[in-house]
Design a protein around this ligand. Structure first.
Ligand SMILES: C[S@@+](CC[C@H](N)C(=O)[O-])C[C@H]1O[C@@H](n2cnc3c(N)ncnc32)[C@H](O)[C@@H]1O
Length: 290
């Protein structure tokens, strides 16, 4: 991330969700009506213009040409994680969102108003989120924003002093973040979660296939995406080898329940005739703390 600036990729994700929110309800794959409030001024202008369906379609086509797979990937993973969260909410009392960016689930998903939510993120992104929350979205007292730099700060200490209950069943979301960290920061975060989560806690996280980073696998859209994220100062730096994930998690006290490529999720959510290309290198994993 660029020093002192909110995450550019979080802004892009919010743009993709805001454009999706402009589609007619009958064909919308994910529904995030709040996304538009978090956009930078230039992206907000695009989202405003996209109220006109032909403009929206043109914008989507330009974005999908410039960043192949990225927009449908964000939309499909939002829908997939929304569904997994909704399936878990009845059983837990707290939600921890790591690298929350402009995630609005605490405000928009039914049932989130009955749990405590802790959002950890980089201070610069979180400051931008707080500014946006002051202008429109009602701040929710049950949502605690905890500023943290993964790899430098002590997230465990910050969480406990913010009121997080260690040892309680928790739902953890870690969406769109591991690929921006290094192995030490990823290992440290899994270690922290293993020590702080109650047995039965569910952890949903995304990762990219390590093959896209070392060039051992060729995925549609991968090179363009890697160039684009490098250009905005947020290069992809970490990935898992999918076949190694069950063992990695088992060694840290987690069981892998599911691991789906975002391209496969997109095929389930978009109508077959109109399914756009989504990334096969991007995964959503679901794991349970033993
Ligand atoms: C691509 S955004 C994902 C945001 C959101 N979870 C989503 O899926 O839309 C990456 C997020 O990771 C956060 N992030 C990246 N590196 C970080 C670090 N070293 N410490 C804390 N947060 C970091 C950024 O602030 C940003 O919110």
């Amino acid at each position: 991330m660029r020093a002192g600036q909110p995450s550019r990729t979080a802004d892009q994700n919010a743009l993709f969700r805001a454009l999706e929110a402009r589609r007619p309800a009958a064909v919308r794959v994910a529904d995030d009506p709040l996304a538009v409030r978090f956009l930078s001024p230039e992206f907000r202008a695009l989202a405003k213009a996209a109220r006109l369906p032909p403009v929206r379609r043109l914008l989507e086509a330009v974005i999908d040409h410039r960043w192949p797979c990225a927009r449908p990937g964000v939309v499909a993973r939002t829908r997939l994680i929304d569904q997994l969260v909704l399936g878990e909410l009845g059983t837990i009392g707290q939600v921890l969102i790591l690298g929350a960016g402009f995630d609005t689930r605490a405000w928009r998903l039914p049932g989130m108003d009955r749990v405590r939510v802790f959002e950890l993120d980089h201070p610069a992104t979180q400051a931008a989120k707080q500014r946006a929350l002051r202008h429109g979205t009602q701040p929710a007292p049950r949502v605690t924003l905890v500023p943290i730099v993964f790899g430098a700060d002590d997230p465990g200490g910050a969480l406990v002093s913010s009121g997080f209950t260690a040892g309680a069943p928790t739902l953890v979301l870690w969406e769109g973040v591991t690929n921006y960290l290094d192995r030490e920061a990823v290992d440290a975060t899994f270690g922290l979660l293993a020590s702080m989560l109650g047995s039965g806690s569910l952890m949903l996280f995304t990762y990219v296939d390590a093959g896209m980073l070392d060039g051992s696998a060729d995925f549609a859209g991968a090179r363009t995406t890697m160039r684009a994220v490098r250009r905005v100062g947020e290069p992809f730096t970490f990935g898992f080898v999918p076949a190694e994930l069950p063992g990695y998690l088992a060694a840290r006290g987690f069981e892998l329940l599911s691991d789906e490529r975002v391209s496969d999720a997109a095929r389930r959510f978009y109508p077959a005739a109109r399914c756009p290309a989504a990334p096969a290198y991007y995964h959503v994993a679901e794991s349970r703390k033993r």
